[in-house]
Design a protein around this ligand. Sequence first.
Ligand code: AMP
Length: 151
Amino acid sequence: MSYKHILVAVDLTEECDPVIRRARDLAIASGATLSLVHIVEPMAMAFGGDVPMDLSQLQQQQFDQAKEKFEALKHKYLKNHDRPINLSDCHLTYGQPRQEIHNLAKTQECDLIVVGSHGRHGLALLLGSTANDVLHGAPCDVLAVRLATKH
Ligand code: AMP
């Protein structure tokens, strides 16, 4: 069975590259469509939802910065790569990464989600990771691309 629609989730750090490259190679090998997603986490959510000040302006700045980076990433892969990626869809949305990635995988009928994973241990493992989070309850297969361990 080969994959038909691969969704690659990126955190917009320099670590996106190995994750996107792996997803691209898989997409080429299986003739799958590739879509890209980044989720901007609302600040109030990051602070536990109980912040006694107006975050809307900061929130807008955060979204604008993410959009700029996302566009640069798309451009880099669409135009400047030796083996350009044919990205069918690019999604930039607000929300909680696990929930939004799962929702998107369902609505877009993706059969593989690709994320990066740091292979954490010790305290960092207790704090959890997005890769772990995405794996639980995922509507399809999940591939965790091993990244250099963060300390
Ligand atoms: P982390 O556990 O935060 O180090 O992230 C591991 C991987 O989860 C990243 O390499 C991305 O594939 C994915 N990821 C993390 N944050 C986001 C985000 N905000 N939107 C989409 N994917 C994300």
